[in-house]
Design a protein around this ligand. Structure first.
Ligand code: UGA
Length: 466
């Protein structure tokens, strides 16, 4: 049993602290926002994460997990101090904003007055930041002779499956100039029976960026393939399946769709691009990854207008707001751009998300989307009522087995833009939908044939244009 303090109660901090307490450790989570801590003490979580609420309750009840706003309380006699605060994109051309990490380091330094503590950085920080954290701590120590070590321990968990990911990691990465300290941290993870990579600080920090950038690249790669597939008449889903059997490629993260969002991939690819730029390099692949991702969202508008003509005066149904299923997180969600573009073109939007209605509403308001053009609905069937087209933006499970016959009958025009490829084109066509997935070609796309070859290219909403 170890005594652990976790600074920050966001996704990473709360999941890390709770899971370590569940493994039998004594954990105190510190956050500087008093309301957040107050609510956590009442068992109210700031995020939606499957399985987490029960786990928090269980460990608080067992006396292994507590919450406080006080660094001195949190750091009292603890062996391991995890920094898990956020590093949003800063104002410096995509570079990471290190303010919260630096503040945490200063506050930790003020409280270090006992034995050799190990400070572990879990926040995603620019390569070299571990040294910055060491310097800040050394400069701000209350007692200058207190020994401490800094270890980088990047986090690889995904929102929506964070607890599961914590308990079953593919690997644990630890980097430090103090290998003894890194080995001490490794003991915390031994019960998880995962491979443990011990390396230097800079390499550990780079492993995190390189991993996220690679996964983002896989997504942009398959999205580019999707566009080619669609034009040439191939089905990207089957292409991905066929590619995925090759062990060197793997099937994961080859789902074509509306691209990646969330708090990690866009931010980390931008930050890595910025670091490379600053180092005098020319990170052209990373730039292309972001460009493709941006264009991917636009496809919804292109597809809608190719079928409906203008969307002005029309009603478009949107299924899903969250950046991915099983979360209420709206950060960099494709839905925000899509709803903004559609409403700006004069259409009314009917939306539904199983979990992200409140966070979705806030995000849309923050992004200056025309709220008067948005109707929030209670379920997918309500969204479909009178709609000229339905767009699947987030692949929530409950959207995968809808009564599509009922959906079709509720719609004004049965047009389905399946932004996450959850339905089969042939089945949707059989039901009478005009269906467009992403990269689901079945022979040449009629929309690229010379005009007049396909009735589906006749604009359905041209009469509504003002
Ligand atoms: C991502 C990484 O997967 C985690 O390993 C990492 O720890 C985390 O970032 C982080 O740096 O904190 P997360 O952002 O929670 O996790 O979400 P993912 O499940 O990776 O999905 C990211 C985005 O990619 C979503 O918008 C998803 O819809 C999209 N995606 C994913 C695709 O478009 N296609 C795919 O095949 C997979």
């Amino acid at each position: 049993m170890s005594t652990i303090c976790v600074i920050g109660t966001g996704y990473v901090g709360l999941v890390t602290g709770t899971c370590f307490s569940d493994m039998g450790n004594q954990v105190t989570c510190v956050d500087i926002i008093p309301e957040k801590i107050e609510r956590l003490k009442q068992g109210i979580l700031p995020i939606y994460e499957p399985g987490l609420e029960e786990m928090v309750e269980r460990n608080v009840h067992a006396g292994r997990l507590q919450f406080t706003t006080s660094y001195s309380e949190g750091l009292d006699n603890c062996d391991f101090i995890f920094i898990a605060v956020n590093t949003p994109t800063g104002s410096n051309q995509g570079g990471a904003d290190m303010r919260y990490v630096e503040n945490a380091a200063r506050s930790i330094a003020q409280e270090l007055d006992h034995h050799h503590a190990v400070i572990i950085n879990k926040s995603t920080v620019p390569v070299g930041s571990g040294d910055v954290v060491s310097r800040i701590i050394r400069k701000n120590l209350k007692r200058p002779d207190v020994p401490f070590a800094v270890v980088s321990n990047p986090e690889f968990l995904r929102e929506g499956s964070a607890v599961q990911d914590f308990q079953n990691p593919d690997r644990v990465v630890l980097g430090s100039s103090d290998q003894e300290a890194a080995r001490k941290v490794a003991t915390l993870y031994l019960p998880l029976r995962a491979p443990i990579v011990i390396t230097d600080l800079y390499t550990a920090e780079m492993i995190k960026y390189a991993s996220n950038a690679f996964l983002a690249t896989k997504i942009s790669f398959i999205n580019e393939m999707a566009q080619i597939c669609e034009r040439l008449g191939a089905d990207v889903k089957e292409v991905a399946a066929g590619m995925g059997y090759d062990k060197r490629i793997g099937r994961a993260f080859l789902d074509a769709g509306l691209g990646f969002g969330g708090s990690c991939f866009p931010k980390d690819v931008r930050a890595l691009t910025h670091m490379a730029d600053e180092a005098g390099l020319h990170p052209q692949l990373l730039r292309a990854v972001m460009d493709i991702n941006h264009d991917q969202r636009r496809l919804v508008v292109t597809k809608l207008t190719s079928i409906l003509g203008s969307v002005r005066g029309g009603t478009i149904g949107i299924l899903g707001l969250a950046f991915k299923p099983n979360t209420d997180d709206m950060r960099e969600a494709a839905s925000v751009d899509i709803v903004r573009w559609i409403t700006n073109q004069g259409a009314t939007v009917r939306v539904y998300d199983p979990v992200a209605t409140d966070t979705g509403r806030e995000a849309l308001e923050r992004e200056d989307v025309r709220m008067e053009a948005i109707i929030f609905c209670k379920n997918a069937y309500e969204v479909a009522e009178g709609a000229d087209a339905l767009v699947i933006v987030t692949e929530w499970n409950e959207f995968k087995s809808l009564d599509m016959h009922r959906i079709k009958n509720a719609m004004h025009h049965p047009v389905l833009i399946d932004g996450r490829n959850i339905y089969e084109a042939s089945e949707m066509k059989r039901l009478g939908f005009t269906y467009r997935g992403i990269g689901r070609g079945t022979g040449p796309d009629p929309s690229v044939l010379p005009s007049g070859d396909s009735t589906s290219t006749q604009p359905l909403l041209s009469g509504k244009e003002s």
